[in-house]
Each structure stands twice: as C-alpha cells, then as structure tokens.
Design a protein. Structure first.
Length: 370
C-alpha cells in the first residue's frame, strides 16, 4: 500500500494521559503507527455491478463492514502491506450514496428529492457540492489543531441562532450558490484535502453548514486521497441509519455538535423532528460500532441547562463512556435568536458552572478540550 506519511511534528504535545488513552488511534495516525481507516478500506475488494438492486448493494456493504472490522484486530503494521484494490469498500459506499441521491435520504428530514436530476430538498444542495472555504483552523480543540477544515455550503438544519448563517442559511433564496462557494467534484475535494496536509494539517475536518448533504462527494474523494491522515466528521449528526452506514467505518474521529436534550427544543429552534431520538441513536452507533474516538461539542444555551444540558450529560455518562465533551460557553444570540426572548442573551457564568459541575458529578471528561 502506497500512501503519504504526515510530517512528524514535535510541537504536538498531548499532556493529558486520559486523552492519550481515549484518542490513541487518532494519535497513532499522527505518529505514523496507525493507518487511517479509509486507507484500510481501500484494501477490501468488492465485486458488484452498478445495475445491482440497492438491497443487494446494502447487503454487500454490511458484509464489507464486517470484513473491515475484523481487519482492525490485526497488527497495524501488517495492514500497511495490504494491496489497494481499484473497486473497493469505498467505491461501494460511493455507489450506494449516489443511488440514495435519487431520492435523498442522507439526513432524517428524508426529503426524497431527486438531487441527481436537479431537485433540491431542505438543504437546497443539488447533486453538486460547494466548498465555501478550506484552511488550517487553529481555533478548534487543542488536540485537533492545526485542523484541515473544509466548510461546505448548505445545511439540513434551520437553527434560529445559527452562528454560521452566511454559509448555512442566509444565502438561501437570495444568492446563486456559485457566487458564494466553489463547486467541487471528488477529485477536486481530494486535492483540497491533500493541500491542507501539505500545509501541516493533522486531520481533515468536514464541516459546514453541515457535511451530511455532501456524503457522496466526501466518500468519493477518499478514492483519490493518499495521505495517512485522520478523517474527521464535524456535524449535527442528524443522519439516517443508512447514510451513517456509508461513513461509519471511514471516519477516524467524530466531532458532533449536540445541542438539545429533548425533541421539543430541536423542533422549536432548529425546525427538525425527533431530534433527541435520532441523535442518541447515532451517538451510540459511532461510540459502539465506529472508531469510538469522539469529542462532543455542547453549546450551553441560556435557560436550557435543565431541559437540554443535563439530559445530554446524563446520556453521555451512561451510554458513551469513551466520549470526551467540550462544554462550550460561546452561545451568542445571532441570526433570528432575538425573536426568542429566552435565548436572546449569552449564558450566564452560573449557567455554565451549573452545567460543568453536573458533568463533574457524573464523571464526564471535559476539561482538556473545553
Ligand atoms: S440532505 Fe437532508 S435536507 Fe438535504 S435533500 Fe437530503 S434529506 Fe433533504
């Protein structure tokens, strides 16, 4: 297997023993002792026809996922010697993603828009993907920087307080998307990722808006990426079970943004159904079936410690013991938040303290990344 190795950077110091333990595979990729999961996936051969029915392809995907997870038990050094196949597990996942695009079910909105023929669902993204910016982000959590961050235009949520509304919401209906972002195909996206590696990134961080509407392009770009670099999913995680199956084995690190501790607040402020049910289900899967290397970002909202922060912390403590949390105090009333008096301010220091004390009481690890 031929791949690019990251330059070793002695300045990346991880001081916290527990962080090192919980993120050992991610750290191993940085140090060159582990292979990024997508590189391993390229060594899994697949035989299928484009005309195969979707049920058959989904069955094969499950089979290949099992094969992939068995391989993870092998010595990481032996995995480096495996042969890359032209038609592999990634090709299969991309093929299924493109079929899902004909009746889009990438996220739980399940708009069923035929994005291949130009229809658009809630996210207003057609079959093409658009990158609004890509750069080395130094403002992420200490273990993630410098992070090769790729911002996709568009989002499947409609948060009234969105702090990235210029790339998620504000352009909708007003601007032509090509005026505000660059259209990218799989080869171009891979080139952007490799350029970020050249600049010193220690992970490729897919964000937006949200990366979910762009699963087909992101998975497809993995065919052309060559570096042994951590693939990081930075998202609201409101995926369907089927679309999560397309990426769960390829992502090394998960950076989900968990906002609400119940369905009602999700509906009120982001306009989505069954928020808590979907988000808990998906977090459990990435924890138990995926890499399990997770940093959950929770933005503490004013007047929402009892209904949102505490139920989230309860779930994390009980069901996601390997996860680390960033309990964030950066909420500020942006976009349309002024229309909701209860969230039209920043959280108080008492509210932040209440959330963080509660996390401490439950034994959640948050300090090294908050
Ligand atoms: S990604 Fe979600 S919001 Fe966008 S079209 Fe597909 S199902 Fe709809």
């Amino acid at each position: 297997m031929v791949f690019r190795i990251l330059r070793s950077d002695a300045s990346i110091v991880w001081k916290d023993e527990e962080i090192l333990k919980r993120y050992s595979k991610y750290r191993g990729i940085i140090d060159g002792t582990h292979l990024a999961r997508y590189l391993i996936a390229k060594s899994i051969k697949c035989n299928f026809k484009l005309s195969d029915p979707i049920e058959k392809l989904e069955g094969l995907l499950k089979e290949k996922s099992n094969e992939f997870n068995e391989l993870l038990n092998e010595d990481p050094l032996d995995l480096k010697n495996r042969v890359v196949h032209e038609i592999n597990y990634i090709t299969l996942a991309e093929t299924i993603a493109i079929k899902y695009l004909m009746k889009c079910i990438f996220c739980e909105r399940q708009c069923e828009a035929n994005r291949i023929s130009g229809e658009k669902g809630f996210c207003l993204i057609s079959k093409d993907s658009f990158v609004s910016s890509a750069f080395l982000h130094m403002g992420e959590e200490p273990v993630l920087i410098p992070s090769g961050t790729i911002f996709f235009q568009g989002c499947n949520f409609g948060c009234v307080f969105c702090q990235n509304y210029d790339i998620s919401q504000a352009w909708k209906g007003r601007k032509d998307i090509e005026d505000v972002a660059q259209k990218v195909n799989t080869i171009q996206l891979a080139a952007i990722a490799e350029k970020l590696v050249d600049k010193g990134a220690i992970n490729i961080n897919y964000v937006g808006g949200d990366p979910i509407p762009n699963i087909h392009t992101i998975v497809g770009s993995l065919k052309f990426q060559k570096s042994n670099i951590c693939q990081l999913w930075n998202s609201n995680l409101y995926l369907t079970e089927k679309s999560l199956s397309l990426i769960i084995d390829f992502m090394d690190f998960w950076l989900p943004d968990w906002k609400y501790g119940n369905n009602k607040c999700g509906k009120k402020y982001s306009g989505i159904d069954n928020y808590f049910d979907v988000i808990t289900r998906n977090h459990k899967r990435i924890h138990d079936e995926g890499s399990g290397e997770i940093c959950i970002r929770h933005l503490v909202m004013p007047n929402h410690v009892e209904c949102c922060s505490k139920p989230i912390l309860d779930f994390v403590a009980k069901e996601l013991p390997k996860a680390v949390m960033n309990i964030m105090g950066q909420f500020r009333p942006e976009f349309h938040a002024f229309e909701y008096s209860e969230i039209n301010r920043r959280p108080t220091s008492q509210e932040m303290q209440e959330a963080r004390n509660y996390a401490d009481k439950l034994g959640i690890l948050w300090r090294p990344v908050s």
